[in-house]
Design a protein around this ligand. Structure first.
Ligand SMILES: [Cu+2]
Length: 388
């Protein structure tokens, strides 16, 4: 009975936690992914972990039922007395080892992906209609140099479309691992088109990569660009402070909206001042804390990182689409731990730049991107926040 109550309350907690996310009220599944890493994490959970766990549960249940029916006192009055069976013992040691390997190998890859900030860079060259050979400076630190085709991507962008070229079929490469990589296209691109060569150790599976491709890492790779900005996150009992060091280091505090100010669904998730970041760009996140350990967690980006006083932790994310995404402090940090939510607003580059200038104006700095002479106070912006 106790176990039943525990299971029921665990289920209710799960339901409540997902409903709190505000995206699918009453939902019990993971928040929708908004980054390639989160997609990989979801894939790993849905296609690898859940089937394995389900199979083990059903298998063990079947064994239990079989033992209860076949070997109860009525059905099996005189039980055998042996205590060892070498074959069974080899199987029940070997099979779990294999299962753990199947889980461990892709999960290590995921851990590295989350942990290591991308370093990709690109060279964009305007084609003149005749040139077929283009150079890419392989000027990464020694152990991060581009050494094979998996860490290089070649695209041709015209006004109409951007096309990914295929290695060998469309282009060949000389000079992997050397300071200069030379890419030779089989066909000269049209004049006015741009040849984009991307390189770096950081890559993600190209979209449309199927089960086996993802699991065995067989797909074409897309290079992930190095961060375009850093977001510094500082945890307090009980709110968050955000710094934008690349834009004059303006900062602001982000507090949870009171119950009467937030919509019912977003109470304990919505804040007065959201973090604003540009869509499709790699964002470096560094975290620290002012008092006790907090954790900055954003399920939509599969991101969770401790914020520790006196230390800096680093992670990254790249949001694939615009919108508002919610997370919460995920390290018990005191009585109001549940009242320091995180709201990240992903916007287009122009919107982001306008917002940066607004923040700079508020901090008494000149605009960086626009000649925006509207000086908004921090509170004004909070009031214009739309909650749907
Ligand atoms: Cu906290």
């Amino acid at each position: 009975m106790k176990k039943l109550i525990a299971a029921a309350s665990a289920f209710l907690c799960l339901t409540a936690a997902s409903a709190q996310a505000g995206l699918t009220p009453g939902g019990v599944s993971l928040q929708e992914a908004n980054s390639a890493v989160a997609e990989d994490v979801h894939f790993f959970h849905n296609a690898v972990l859940m089937p394995i766990i389900t199979f083990i549960c059903v298998f063990v249940l079947a064994l239990l039922i079989w033992v209860m029916v076949r070997y109860n006192r009525g059905a099996n009055a005189t039980p055998k007395k042996f205590s060892h069976n070498t074959l069974v013992e080899i199987v029940w040691t070997g099979v779990p080892i294999l299962i753990l390997l199947v889980i461990a190998l892709p999960s290590f890859e995921l851990l590295f992906k989350q942990d290591i900030t991308p370093d990709g860079k690109q060279t964009v060259i305007a084609a003149d209609g005749s040139a077929r050979e283009f150079a890419f400076a392989n000027d990464f630190p020694e152990r991060r140099m581009v050494e094979n085709r998996r860490h290089l991507e070649v695209l041709v962008a015209s006004e109409a479309e951007t096309r990914r070229l295929r290695y060998n079929a469309d282009y060949t490469v000389e000079g992997f691992g050397e300071p200069e990589i030379r890419v030779a296209l089989n066909e000269a691109p049209d004049a006015g088109a741009r040849v984009i060569i991307r390189g770096g150790q950081s890559s993600q599976n190209a979209s449309g990569c199927g089960f086996f491709g993802r699991y065995f890492d067989l797909c074409e790779k897309e290079i992930v660009m190095a961060p375009t900005m850093t977001l510094k996150v500082n945890g307090y009992q009980w709110n968050w402070q955000y710094y934008y060091p690349d834009f004059g280091n303006f900062d602001f505090f982000s507090n949870m909206l009171a119950e009467d100010a937030a919509s019912e669904e977003l109470y304990r998730l919505e804040v007065d001042n959201r973090v604003v970041v540009p869509v499709g760009e790699t964002i470096r996140v560094i975290t620290t804390a002012n008092d006790v350990i907090h954790a900055w967690a954003m399920p939509a980006f599969a991101l969770k990182i401790d914020a520790v006083p006196g230390r800096i932790n680093e992670t990254w994310f790249k949001a694939e689409r615009e919108g508002v995404f919610y997370g919460q402090c995920s390290e018990i940090c005191g009585v109001k731990h549940a009242f320091m939510p995180i709201a990240v607003e992903v916007v287009s580059r122009p919107e982001f730049e306008a917002w940066v200038d607004e923040q700079r104006a508020f901090a008494g700095m000149d605009p960086m991107f626009t000649n925006n002479d509207v000086k908004l106070a921090q509170g004004d912006r909070a009031e214009t926040v739309v909650l749907d």
